[in-house]
Write a protein that binds this ligand. Structure first.
Ligand code: FAD
Length: 596
């Protein structure tokens, strides 16, 4: 056994070394003073854009990333929670609230973001969803020509390299760089969830196909038990092959340089290796720093709400609603006990698990324990092809099965001790269902706290400012609880863990008011921050970029990432951000006369 552990560890280290060798160089090329395109941020969108734009050998492209390299350990799906504790996370926190995040330290929700090559695609839970076709038709309806589902479907197909065997054949992409697959390990709890949802009336189907309503084992951005980040998808294959693409890591862009007279972006200031450099852009600067940093960077550069900028002592160059329209998905997870085996932290150290991972299978391939997913249109249960308002997803462990989970969420110790410590003490089998609201109506805002680019901006999540969001959360939660009446869950003796929230004791247990209180406590972010540089037509005063993602009023400046979403889509956004970046790359190529 011991020899086995050593051999398996050596094999893991060997694979890790192999991965290090796939990471793009960042010191082989000196940064030059001028490029055709500068892409800020190597996240989901940034890696995609850098790879696609550098397909033209005549264009010199510079990709700047504040974080460091991606490592194999980050790509072991089961350890996803732990990454949030490391320095590859920006570790943002929302401003305190008196009606949300009440179970978290100081009533502030932790908002992790990837600070690493691959950005949040390296920190995320790899749940793969496209959203609903109506989400994109709605974007088009809002005046964004070219963004209807029919328009964007080719871009989804372009990046997808799906191996999901039962995917809708005419809807799926099989040859793209981003691997999408089922995890080749399933727990009996996931089987119970899939069964129970069908007994509740859902069909088992490809929720990324024609109809989203339904239940399925999770499609993931993994392949052979390994995370498929944007960095791995787009940049690893280019290593050493694109002399016109320079990548600089640990490089924080502190300002986009904009000529105040011509209102033209002409470069960036970047802080790296202890120095500040001025790098010029002959054609364009593309900001792909994500939904928190993109608005921060624009505001620091003079692009944003004039009143706020003036208060901060920044001269406004374009008066735009940057930082407004912030959206996110939340889910008040509910815990259940079972007689089936759930994930337990001690098991992570089982030599057989490592052994199976080295054979590219087994529980290490499970993305943070997320295993199955289902979509309901609660307002229109009679419609087979509805527009779901609730997603339930299953995690095959509990708050207690892994110390990183409650730390990552920043749960108050008193709440943890009252509600979950017993699960840990008695070593119970337990799992969670997250009822995620799909189309929240509350809107938050990102504001500058300081003009220092190294200081974090203020995040006002404004969760539950709209009463609909509380109501739909409660209804989703009740749907999750009701599934326990189905045979699938009965078979594994699944029961709601009915420890009360200590600070909701004023309400009758399980009354609507109690659940409202619960929802306001367990405001778990599902990390889908978006919308802060809204795309819209000129007539939309809240729009920051036009439908070709050009910043209004400033030439040669675009934003392409999750922040351009006018309304958050009904699912998890990593895939849709790949789509946005693929489409942005094509529009940029078109605008600069490059034909493939
Ligand atoms: C913990 C977590 C779990 C998630 N789970 C899922 C999931 O399961 N499924 C799903 O679909 N989505 C998930 N998401 C969301 C999804 O990953 C993001 O929506 C998506 O990655 C956003 O892509 P982006 O390009 O907009 O930003 P990011 O990928 O965040 O990229 C922004 C990049 O810019 C860099 N940057 C920022 N500022 C600067 C600067 N000034 N200079 C240089 N570089 C800078 C950052 O370091 C980062 O690398 C999750 C996100 C998180 C954080």
């Amino acid at each position: 056994q011991e020899r086995n552990v050593i051999l398996e560890t050596l094999e893991f280290l060997r694979r890790g070394q192999q991965d290090v060798e796939l990471e793009n160089y960042d010191n082989r090329y000196e940064m030059e003073g001028e490029y055709d395109f500068i892409v800020v941020g190597a996240g989901t969108a940034g890696c995609t854009l850098a790879a696609r734009l550098s397909e033209n050998p005549k264009w010199k492209v510079l990709l700047l990333e504040a974080g460091g390299p991606e490592r194999l350990i980050m790509d072991v799906p089961i350890v996803a929670h732990f990454l949030q504790l490391g320095e590859m996370n920006w570790k943002y926190r929302t401003q305190p609230s008196d009606h949300a995040c009440l179970a978290m330290n100081n009533n502030r929700c932790n908002w992790p973001r990837g600070k690493v090559m691959g950005g949040s695609s390296v920190l995320n839970y790899m749940m793969y969803t496209r959203g609903n076709r109506r989400d994109y038709d709605r974007w088009a309806e809002l005046g964004n020509e070219g963004w209807s589902f029919e328009d964007v479907l080719p871009y989804f197909k372009k990046y997808e390299g799906s191996t999901v065997p039962d995917a809708d054949p005419d809807m799926v992409g099989r040859k793209g760089p981003v691997r999408v697959s089922y995890v080749n390990w399933r727990s009996s709890i996931a089987n119970a969830f899939v069964e129970a949802a069908q007994q509740d009336g859902l069909r088992y189907r490809d929720y990324n196909g024609h109809i989203q309503n339904g239940v399925s084992y999770l499609h993931t951005t993994t392949y052979n038990s390994t995370r498929w980040s944007s960095n791995r998808s787009y940049l690893y294959p280019l290593k050493g092959k694109r002399p016109n693409l320079h990548v600089k890591k640990n490089a924080l862009v502190t300002k986009v340089l904009i000529d105040p007279t011509t209102k033209t972006a002409y470069g960036v200031l970047v802080s790296t290796d202890g120095h500040e450099h001025k790098i010029l852009a002959r054609k364009e600067v593309i900001v792909s720093a994500g939904a928190i940093n993109s608005p921060q960077l624009l505001m620091l550069s003079g692009v944003g709400p004039a009143k706020h900028l003036k208060e901060m002592g920044i001269k406004p160059l374009a008066d735009l609603a940057v930082g407004f329209n912030l959206q996110d998905h939340t889910a008040p997870a509910v815990t259940f006990t079972t007689n089936a085996t759930s994930l337990h932290f001690e098991d992570f150290a089982q030599p057989t698990w490592l052994n199976r991972f080295n054979r590219q299978e087994g529980p290490y391939g499970s993305p943070g324990g997320c295993e199955a997913i289902a979509f309901w249109d609660l307002d229109h249960p009679e419609l087979e092809d509805g527009w779901p308002d609730i997603e339930l997803f299953l995690v095959g462990g509990s708050m207690s099965s892994n110390p990183a989970i409650s730390r990552a969420f920043g749960l108050k110790k008193k709440i943890y001790d009252n509600m979950f410590a017993e699960i840990e003490d008695r070593n119970l089998n337990a799992f969670m269902i997250f009822p995620m609201i799909l189309r929240p109506k509350s809107r938050g805002r990102i504001m500058l706290k300081s003009t220092d680019p190294f200081k974090y901006p203020l995040i006002f999540a404004n969760y539950f400012n709209h009463p609909y969001d509380v109501d739909i959360s409660v209804r989703g939660l009740l749907k999750a609880i009701s599934l326990m009446n189905q045979q699938g869950f009965k078979k594994i003796d699944a029961k709601m863990w009915d420890k009360r929230v200590p600070t909701c004791k004023q309400h009758e247990f399980q009354s609507y008011a109690y659940w409202e209180c619960y929802v306001k406590h367990f405001t778990f972010t599902i990390y889908h921050y978006s919308g802060t540089c809204k795309m819209g037509p000129k007539s939309d005063r809240a729009a920051v970029v036009d439908p070709r993602l050009r910043v209004y009023g400033i030439k040669n400046l675009r934003v392409a990432d999750a922040s351009i979403m006018p309304e958050i889509m009904s699912g998890h956004p990593n895939g849709p951000v790949f789509m946005i970046a693929e489409k942005a790359a094509d529009m940029i190529k078109e605008d600069h006369g490059f034909k493939q």
